[in-house]
Design a protein around this ligand. Sequence first.
Ligand SMILES: N[C@H](CCC[C@H](N)C(=O)O)C(=O)O
Length: 290
Amino acid sequence: MYSFSFTKMHGLGNSYIYVDLFRETLPEDELPAIARCVADVHTGIGSDGLILICPSEQAPVKMRIFNSDGSEGKNCGNGLRCVAKYAYEHGIVRDRSFLIETLSGLVAAEVAVENGEVTSVTVDMGKPLLRRSAIPMTGPEAEQVVAESFAIGGGEYEITAVSMGNPHVIFYVDEIEKAPVTTLGPLVEKDPRFPEGVNVEFVEVVNERELHFRVWERGSGVTQACGTGACAAVVASVLNGKTARGAETVVHLAGGDLTITWGHDGNVRMTGPAETVCTGVYYYRGGQNG
Ligand SMILES: N[C@H](CCC[C@H](N)C(=O)O)C(=O)O
């Protein structure tokens, strides 16, 4: 058994347990088990997973994300805003604009500060990946997967697939409250046409500047929000002619709103809040989630 300090933070209710590896050391081979343990709402702390705030050779700070099932993701929009907040408030960075390394490359963060506290963060998430092989998705190589017919679970749907460094597939629905998040979500998440799994998003278009959004996350299930998913939803909506390139789009997630623009320069920028819930010490024993 050993213990480590943690900070619980959330972006629009998408919460993770953050461990500062500038100050703590965790064994690499135990990280999936630690993620499962801390995320457990009954025997752990309770979160959508684990995020490590790490030293980096390419940037002032690096983020690694693990879902509640222990699998490692390659990007996390809500997590990036919280990492940026933590890094600024703990003196890991001094500037309000800085780079963060992720497993899918470098992103640029800018924090808004009031009385020494970060109140919101804008992250330039870079360019979406649209080629089928980059999602990744099986099937005939195609430039993009946009409004493609997709049969699953006895139903026929239209999908659009976008990678924000992690894979997303978007389904458009007429009423977000009736979206089949918990029925279709897990089916699609593990469908073999997505060889690395996929985050599954449901979107209702309110108008050309607003979307309603719900998500079934790869490795975590239903979450209150998914930043990379919301970015993917905006990209998909432009590709489907539902919103405009370069227009600031408000995405209404279960946990609150994000403002996202897919710029004419090709980059996707996301602005939203980041909150600190609590800090503490976790006693890791391995065990049933280990
Ligand atoms: N909640 C995160 C996404 C986690 C992605 C993870 N579920 C995966 O790609 O495996 C976000 O705010 O972008």
